[in-house]
Design a protein around this ligand. Structure first.
Ligand code: ATP
Length: 235
């Protein structure tokens, strides 16, 4: 589904990502792991067209997206839940969800997708008329995920969903991601610093260090890898 090869990207004269290659298949949850500043968010930006790669390929279902606009990439079905959620705090929950329907097909399917989103996150239905800024951190993250679902993703990118949230809320959010991958065939790219939680939910993973893929393997292989254990799990 997504095949990234030799991706190089950065900001102005500063290069951050070096020769990054990885794949995500349909219905799969792939974790991108790494510590602060490793380049994970830059990688998300390069895939979603927010940072223009200086080299390499981002192939999605056979189409090259590396030089396309973020709107074009969104229309192709790559939808992200950005780090820090970026919900519209002065707008209601429902208005935020409406913002997720950006194209003709997503607008047409909005009533049905809204029902599905409410079924997955019943709290959001209860709070539909409430300003999004008054939601708790966990509810705001749920809103950000629900808004992405309204956009009918083929590939959903979750950038640090665990940030600042209680462990049980993170579990709820990752459960929804698992159910989407297993039941709806949506591919999920899970970018996380919480390596234990990410590997518990993912099928495979890649570890990024200094803008390069340092390790890759199944979730089981990575969670038992000596380097991962020592450098990231503290065991
Ligand atoms: P974190 O987990 O802390 O979010 P990350 O792995 O997502 O880290 P990035 O946000 O991709 O890392 O940052 C990688 C490097 O790129 C960092 O050194 C950061 O300072 C730099 N960087 C990020 N955004 C910009 C920007 N807009 N302009 C210049 N440098 C940036």
């Amino acid at each position: 589904m997504l095949k990234v090869e030799g991706l190089k990207a950065g900001y102005g004269a500063i290069n951050i990502l070096w020769d990054l290659s990885f794949e995500v298949h349909e219905g799969e949850i792939v974790a991108i792991l790494g510590s602060n500043g490793a380049g994970k968010t830059t990688m998300v930006r390069a895939i979603t067209g927010m940072v223009r790669p200086s080299a390499g390929s981002v192939n999605f279902n056979g189409e090259e997206l590396a030089k396309k606009s973020s709107r074009y990439i969104l229309d192709k079905g790559i939808v992200q839940v950005p780090e820090g959620r970026q919900i519209f705090t002065d707008m209601t929950v429902l208005e935020n969800l409406e913002m997720g329907a950006f194209s003709k097909p997503t607008k047409a399917a909005f009533p049905k997708n809204l029902e599905t989103a409410y079924r997955r996150f019943p709290k959001l239905k209860e709070r539909a008329k409430q300003a999004a800024g008054t939601l708790s951190g966990g509810e705001q993250q749920m809103l950000a995920v629900a808004r992405a679902l309204i956009g009918m993703p083929k590939l959903l990118i979750l950038d640090e969903p665990s940030l600042g949230l209680a462990p049980n809320i993170v579990d709820d959010i990752l459960d929804v991601a698992s159910s989407m991958a297993k039941n709806d065939g949506i591919a999920v790219l899970l970018v996380e610093q919480d390596i234990t939680k990410a590997l518990a939910c993912a099928d495979r993973g890649y570890v990024i260090e200094n803008g390069r893929i340092a390790l890759q393997g199944s979730a089981r292989e990575l969670s038992t890898n000596e380097h991962v254990k020592k450098a990231y799990l503290g065991i």
